[in-house]
Design a protein around this ligand. Structure first.
Ligand code: KIV
Ligand code: ZN
Length: 388
């Protein structure tokens, strides 16, 4: 099996479905250029039928960004597919992403239909999309809760109709990693024409398992991951791009991506700024605390050797450096380290002399910054020992 995992970024489509997020066309083009520089293989630029603004954004992205595949979403409805094709008119590498619900919940409760009629609609949609572009991705919405045997029949039929990529979304974020991985493996083994398509993961984070599920999918044969910067998206969000990429880098899973990991922090900040959505400080890889150490035991280790408490070099993900944060949990080693950075080179005895005052201050103000440290030194009898 091929060891290249395609990174399909849907920040501008599923990510943009976050309540309160309003990106204008210029913002979207700026993000698309950033994603291009990051090395993503596919950018899902929008859902053109949904609004004139979204249509325009897809068009402008296809004009501005030429290397990655640009993908437009549609339902399994002719006018959606036509609008997607129209929006992709200028794309160098266009892809239409069409699909329909395949779980019993979707077939009976939402679509008021039946399983056989759904397969017919799916096939018609793929054939119609194929009349506009070569590259057609099919999504089996709510595949996470879809019976595997039926899902395999849907997949076989749409691949026969020309689908190049099979998206297996865990739309509701329901699956456990072993269930999602087994689903992908089942499709690898039971869809007779599976060699003609790539299996793609698309996992939502309702139970906090979106990243784990995407990785389980790859371990069982998926070769495309759909994900978003900072894991943003509908409800609890999607698989986070930076997490899956760094997991595949850290663990030798026998697969690789085209992502330039040194651009991860920059694109995270760009998306957060343009969307006016803060990244939670403890967010893996790109959160403000991802490389910050505040307890005395950890700080002592990191000061001696970074790898005692860090599995990645912050530079690898484009973060300047690890930080030693001073709080009331910090030890003398951290206090000395931070004072050295400010030019104060104190002996163990002198640090001990300052330490009690430091703890009293830290209990009061919680986080001790450089200016607080300077004031602490100035107020002590050690001020004259500054070394530079
Ligand atoms: O979560 C989902 O099922 C989707 C599809 C539209 C691909 O976002
Ligand atoms: Zn989704």
């Amino acid at each position: 099996m091929n060891n290249q995992v395609q990174i399909f970024d849907t920040t501008l489509r599923d990510g943009e479905q976050v309540p309160g997020c309003q990106l204008n066309t210029d913002d979207k083009v700026t993000i698309a250029k950033g994603l291009d520089a990051l090395g993503v293989d596919v950018i899902e630029a929008g859902f053109p039928i949904s609004s004139p603004g979204d249509f325009k954004s897809v068009v402008e992205i296809t004009k501005a960004v030429k290397r990655p595949t640009i993908c437009a979403l549609s339902r399994a409805i002719q006018k959606d597919i036509e609008r997607a094709a129209e929006a992709l008119k200028y794309a160098e590498n266009p892809r239409i992403h069409t699909g329909i619900g395949t779980s019993e919940e979707h077939i009976y409760l939402k679509l008021k239909s039946n399983p056989e009629a759904i397969i017919e609609r799916a096939v018609e949609a793929v054939k119609y999309a194929k009349s506009f572009v070569n590259d057609v991705e099919f999504y089996a919405e709510d595949a996470g809760r879809t019976d595997n045997e039926y899902l395999a029949r849907v997949c076989e039929a749409v691949v026969k109709a020309g689908a190049t990529v099979l998206n297996i979304p865990d739309t509701t974020g329901y699956c456990l990693p072993e269930i999602y991985g087994a689903k992908i493996e089942y499709l690898v083994n039971h869809v007779p024409n599976i060699d003609k398509a790539i299996l793609s993961t698309h996992c939502h984070n309702d139970l906090g398992l979106a990243t784990a599920n995407a990785i389980a999918g790859v371990q069982h044969g998926a070769r495309q991951i759909e994900c978003t910067i900072n894991g943003i998206g509908e409800r609890a969000g999607n698989t986070s791009l930076e997490e899956v990429v760094m997991i595949m880098n850290q663990h030798k899973l026998g697969v690789q991506t085209n992502i330039d990991t040194t651009k991860l922090t920059g694109i995270s900040h760009l998306v957060s700024d343009l969307m006016h959505m803060n990244v939670q400080p403890n967010k893996a890889i790109v959160g403000a605390n991802a490389f910050a150490h505040s307890s005395g035991i950890h700080q002592d280790g990191v000061i001696k050797n970074r790898i005692t408490y860090e599995i990645m070099d912050p530079l690898e993900v484009g973060c300047d450096a690890s930080s030693i944060v001073l709080t009331a949990r910090s030890g003398r080693a951290a206090l000395r380290y931070r004072l050295q950075k400010l030019g104060f080179n104190y002996s163990h005895q002198e640090i001990t002399h300052l330490y009690n005052d430091f703890l009293i201050l830290a209990d009061k103000i919680k986080r001790v910054e450089d200016e607080n440290l300077m004031a602490l030194v100035d107020a002590s009898s050690l001020a004259s020992l500054k070394t530079n």
